[in-house]
Design a protein around this ligand. Structure first.
Ligand SMILES: NC(=O)c1ccc[n+]([C@@H]2O[C@H](COP(=O)([O-])OP(=O)(O)OC[C@H]3O[C@@H](n4cnc5c(N)ncnc54)[C@H](OP(=O)(O)O)[C@@H]3O)[C@@H](O)[C@H]2O)c1
Length: 240
């Protein structure tokens, strides 16, 4: 077993945990010695490891979110992973709203509901985004817009929560070999490899994480870029 201190004997919640990257993140947390992993899913599932606690959690259902926040009394690491994508054209407002409901408001509502637990534990918040948050994919308009908004949310939460002891990370992932990207005939990275990279980067304190080859091009120069410097400068207004 490999262990990362931020996970060893810690309690973790992963949304969208039933398949794809979410399932790989659950297994990675277990591999790193997590004490308990809440596996949030619209259809809860059983996992062979007894440390996994199934949690009914549709991230667009505010009542389920409130109930989850009551059930989860202690939490060290929250991973907002649940997501949806759509090729619907930009004129399809209903699809844009569906993307925003899951990819933006889902993460917003779950993070808000669990903030007391994260503040109490001086914990870690991880928002799974996409390279489309910073370089829009025009054939995925609603998805790109929602991920860009969720990246902005992540920056705001980072500025507000870091001074209070909660670390906030963005995962800017490239194409993954999951159901979501099954129709894309391009190089994709296995979710297990991406999950391992995310855990290693969080342990190393990397705030914006580029966990795969498809995202590597963006990572080059990112941490010295003017936009990144300005993010830090503006965050400093809160810290002050
Ligand atoms: N695949 C890619 O190429 C790629 C690239 C960059 C970033 N990402 C991001 O990685 C994350 C995981 O995606 P994936 O690749 O693993 O895709 P996936 O296999 O399609 O999994 C998506 C997960 O989100 C869940 N979900 C969808 N709507 C939900 C809701 N309302 N409430 C709770 N859970 C919901 C799904 O649950 P159900 O089974 O109930 O539908 C599923 O568990 C997403 O945030 C995605 O945007 C993916």
């Amino acid at each position: 077993m490999t262990t990362n201190a931020f996970l060893t004997d810690k309690t973790v919640l992963v949304t969208g945990a039933n398949r794809g990257l979410g399932r790989a993140l659950v297994d990675a947390a277990l591999d790193h010695g997590a004490k308990r992993v809440y596996a949030g899913a619209r259809q809860p599932f059983t996992h062979p490891d007894e440390r996994v606690v199934p949690l009914t959690l549709d991230v667009t259902d505010i009542e389920q979110i409130k109930l989850a926040a009551k059930t989860v009394e202690e939490l060290d690491v929250l991973i907002n992973n649940a997501g949806v994508a759509s090729y619907a054209e930009i004129g399809d407002r209903a699809e844009l709203e569906r993307m925003l409901a899951v990819n933006l408001y889902g993460s917003y509502d779950v993070s808000h509901a669990l903030r007391h637990q994260l503040l109490a534990s001086q914990g870690t918040l991880v928002n799974v985004l996409s390279t489309s948050a910073v370089a829009a994919v025009p054939v995925l308009p609603g998805y790109s817009i929602s991920k860009a908004a969720a990246y902005s949310l992540t920056q705001v939460l980072r500025a507000l929560l870091t001074p209070k002891g909660v670390r906030v990370h963005a995962v800017l992932a490239g194409p993954l070999d999951t159901e979501m990207s099954k129709d894309l005939d391009i190089p994709k990275t296995a979710p297990e490899a991406v999950a391992a990279e995310i855990m290693a980067a969080v342990a190393d304190g990397v705030e914006d994480i580029f966990p795969d080859a498809g995202a590597a091009g963006l990572a080059a120069g990112w941490f010295d870029a003017p936009a990144t410097a300005m993010q830090r400068e503006l965050a400093g207004m809160i810290a002050a």
